[in-house]
Design a protein around this ligand. Structure first.
Ligand SMILES: Cc1ncc(COP(=O)(O)O)c(C=O)c1O
Length: 453
């Protein structure tokens, strides 16, 4: 059960925050107005219109854990590009590497030596020997799905109800109350009925997974080891190990999308829990903000793929991307993995996230709110329910758009940036205890205003 603040009070406070936002962000408002004639919604990508306050904050400069907007307001960034900048903004080693590489060529349709070095670093972290590079995690997921269908001859991809894996057609599915797989609400231009391509199953439900796999129709199970895009939903004891065994039993290719759960440590949850997936997907984080994605696989999967390909048509088979593996991205990954997202950095980030989780939970308890905080390594999120959700549907049922928008805007007005579609907080190697303190201050003040008698 969730406790919701009085709607009238929430509405009044939101209007006050909107006014404060308008007054303190005139330059951002002007910049947004200038973009309105030439861009959908006045923004470079439509989801940016979803920030609360009527327009997004425009950034002048960012460094480490902070950024300054056009109006000179300084913010602690806990959104960190939704992990795109989990390395902190413009980490010195990455900047140095890309500056040097940019002088020597940016993209060529030829490999540089950095690519194989990156593959070896990723092998040492995830235990998978064969890697490919893309420009995004979305592309990495799409490519693995194509390979899985191609080599298995099976049509369907299994995913979790309320998952998110980028803009991948097969994944915009939900589980209907009658157990069928349907399109997710507001799925834009689905090419075919989702039931033809996808089986949606609840998180933490091995029986549902087995039922789906036993049909013989499932080529791959694409999943995050913990859901992170509908709040955080953690795996119950044995769930991931059970899924691994089921995938083996039914010859289903097990793909762990660690784009977000890399927050768990240098080798994500794969290394943390000693998992043995057939393939792993990584994305935005590993280039320190430079566009890149990657997927790694076992020797056995690599062989099945190689045996199924013909050199003559390899470039038009549906797996590709002209800029994939470009020299600049590879240089960024090399520096970011080896000099920024190190084991020591992850320790610092997780320590901060643990204290953030405790501090926010204490404030929640101080006001007697039935809310809770979950965490995957250096990524934490509070949800408007008293117990940790076990499925995506449970997490979705606790969502409260108005309350979330208010808390986001309240935070923004006090120099805190949260992820726009979540209550998520991420730590970078450069985030400091003062940043976390700043967050407590806003959260306590907001809770007091919403819930004090
Ligand atoms: C788990 C997961 N996979 C893939 C993606 C797609 O990443 P991108 O939009 O960088 O392609 C996301 C994006 O948030 C994600 O959360």
């Amino acid at each position: 059960m969730s406790t919701y603040p009085h709607r009238e009070r929430l509405a009044t406070l939101f209007v006050r925050e909107q006014q404060r936002f308008l007054e303190s962000h005139p330059a951002s408002k002007k910049a947004h107005a200038q973009g309105k004639d030439s861009m959908l919604g006045g923004v470079p990508m439509i989801w940016m219109a979803k920030w609360p306050g009527g327009f997004p904050v425009y950034v002048k400069s960012a460094s480490g854990s902070r950024f300054v907007d056009l109006d000179g307001n300084e913010h602690t960034d806990f959104c960190l590009g939704d992990t795109g900048s989990m390395s902190g903004h413009s980490p010195a080693p990455t900047v140095r590497a890309i500056s040097e590489q940019a002088q020597k060529g940016i993209t060529l349709m030829l490999p540089t030596e950095d690519a194989a070095k990156n593959a070896r670093v990723l092998e040492s972290r995830f235990g998978l020997p064969r890697w490919q590079f893309t420009l995004s995690a979305t592309d990495a997921n799409r490519h693995l799905i194509r390979y899985a269908r191609h080599i298995s001859g099976r049509q369907k991809i299994a995913v979790h109800d309320f998952c998110y894996h980028g803009t991948v057609d097969e994944t915009f599915a939900n589980l209907a109350s009658d157990g069928s797989t349907i399109s997710r609400k507001n799925n834009i231009g689905a090419p075919v009925e989702l039931s033809h391509t996808t089986v949606s199953i609840p998180f933490n439900d091995l029986a549902a997974a087995e039922e789906a796999f036993a049909t013989g129709e499932v080529a791959a199970m694409l999943m995050e080891p913990a859901l992170t895009n509908i709040g955080i939903v953690l795996p119950e004891d044995g769930y991931l190990e059970g899924m691994q065994a089921l995938c083996k039993k039914y010859d289903v290719i097990w793909i762990l999308d660690e784009t977000h759960t890399l927050s768990a440590g240098p080798g994500g949850m794969t290394a943390q829990l000693g998992l043995e997936p057939d393939a792993v997907v990584l994305g935005k984080t590993i280039g320190g903000g430079i566009a890149v994605g990657a997927f790694g696989m076992t020797e056995a999967l690599a062989e099945r793929i190689s045996d199924s390909m013909e050199l003559e048509s390899i470039d038009v088979g549906g797996v590709g991307g002209t800029l994939a593996g470009n020299a600049l991205s590879m240089a960024a990954v090399q520096a970011t993995l080896t000099e920024v997202l190190t084991s020591g950095a992850f320790e610092h980030m997780e320590t901060l996230a643990i204290s953030w989780q405790q501090g926010i939970q204490e404030i929640i308890d101080e006001f007697g709110l039935p809310w809770q905080v979950s965490r995957v390594g250096c990524r934490g999120e509070y949800s408007f329910r008293s117990t940790a959700p076990k499925t995506g549907a449970e997490a979705a049922a606790a969502e409260d758009f108005e309350l979330q928008q208010f808390l986001q805007l309240h935070a923004l007005n006090r120099g805190i940036l949260m992820t726009p579609f979540h209550n998520m907080t991420l730590m970078s190697p450069m985030t400091q205890p003062e940043d976390v303190e700043r967050h407590y201050k806003h959260f306590r003040e907001a809770a007091a205003e919403l819930f004090a008698d």
